[in-house]
Design a protein around this ligand. Structure first.
Ligand SMILES: [Zn+2]
Length: 326
């Protein structure tokens, strides 16, 4: 199905259209039975009275199928991030569209206001959508020219009122530079533009090497970094290692450049400070996944990015319990 803004817009207001759109996106080969895996042979179960109602008597647009092979009924939502949701699918589609198309991300209260759902519901939808943005656990190792850089996320004294800044600076004196900041390592493929970021415990060579070895085929790649000394030993495990010296205002050296990382970090910082004022350390990795997803797919159109996200909504169900327990 060719998606454009007009066809997507209809799915945002028409619940029946939203159901059919999700079936088309998740089942390009026809209905897939979540119980036995049979493809394309299920038949549609029509509602007896023409309209399906919930136990409470409300009209529902839920579409049910019955598997020809195992005889079990199912809907397209089984095993997806939408399973068991009480929120209309048209609102889910709008929320996803907002999240994949807004360059700096969308705040939960914006979702709450636009969709007319409660704050808690908006927050829960947010995190489920982020779960779908997460890089697949079996994703390939990055290979080629890899730009590595770190940034620190934490309180910004410039935005605090005098009293809080005083308390903050007092605490900082005893805890030392960066002690209250969380280091983030980003790895960017210069060729594909794919980004992978994660929170790291510190920026020592040992920690950075471990994080990089898990995601990069080092022996088959070239490394570009700034002159942070922790990269010196790691760089020897790559085919080559080029550095640029930021302190001397240098951003490109011998073809090596961390410009991509700089632009990624400036966008990340803008969004964390501007859109999401308080991102707790606990949820920072999820925000990073969201940013990585948008940055890595920035060459796609909004509708292509939305279709890609929809294909990742399956098998990633996240319950409220699992969220608050983290
Ligand atoms: Zn089946």
């Amino acid at each position: 199905m060719e998606m454009n803004l007009c066809s997507i817009a209809r799915q945002f207001s028409d619940e029946a259209a939203a159901w059919e759109a999700i079936e088309t996106m998740l089942w390009p080969e026809g209905p897939v039975c979540p119980h036995c895996g049979d493809v394309g042979r299920a038949y549609f179960i029509k509602a007896r009275s023409g309209q399906r109602t919930t136990k409470a008597g409300n009209v529902t647009y839920r579409r049910l199928w019955k598997c020809k092979a195992c005889r079990k009924p199912f809907s397209v939502l089984v095993g997806t991030i939408f399973e068991d949701t009480k929120v209309p699918l048209s609102k889910w589609l709008l929320a996803i569209f907002m999240m994949v198309s807004a360059k700096n991300g969308v705040a939960a209260f914006e979702l709450h206001r636009t969709l007319g759902v409660t704050n808690t519901t908006a927050w829960h939808m947010f995190h489920r959508i982020r779960e779908a943005m997460k890089q697949s656990p079996v994703a390939d190792m990055l290979r080629g020219t890899i730009v590595a850089d770190e940034t620190f996320h934490g309180p910004n004294p410039g935005r605090m009122n005098a009293k809080r800044r005083q308390m903050y600076e007092f605490g900082r004196e005893t805890s030392g530079t960066h002690a209250d900041k969380v280091p983030v390592l980003s790895l960017i493929s210069a060729e594909s533009g794919e980004v992978r970021s994660r929170v790291v415990a510190d920026v020592t060579g040992h920690t950075l090497r471990k994080a990089m070895a898990e995601q990069v085929d080092m022996a088959a790649s070239h490394l570009h970094t700034d002159e942070w000394r922790a990269y010196r030993a790691i760089g020897k495990e790559f085919i080559s290692h080029e550095t640029v010296n930021h302190r001397e205002g240098q951003y490109v050296h011998n073809g090596a450049s961390t410009n991509k990382a700089e632009s990624y970090f400036s966008q990340l910082k803008r969004s964390l400070d501007g859109t999401h004022h308080h991102v707790s350390t606990k949820h920072l990795n999820r925000y990073l996944e969201e940013f990585d997803y948008r940055y890595s797919t920035c060459k796609l159109s909004d509708s292509a990015r939305m279709e890609k996200l929809m294909s990742q909504t399956s098998g990633r169900r996240l319950t409220y319990r699992a969220l608050v327990d983290r």
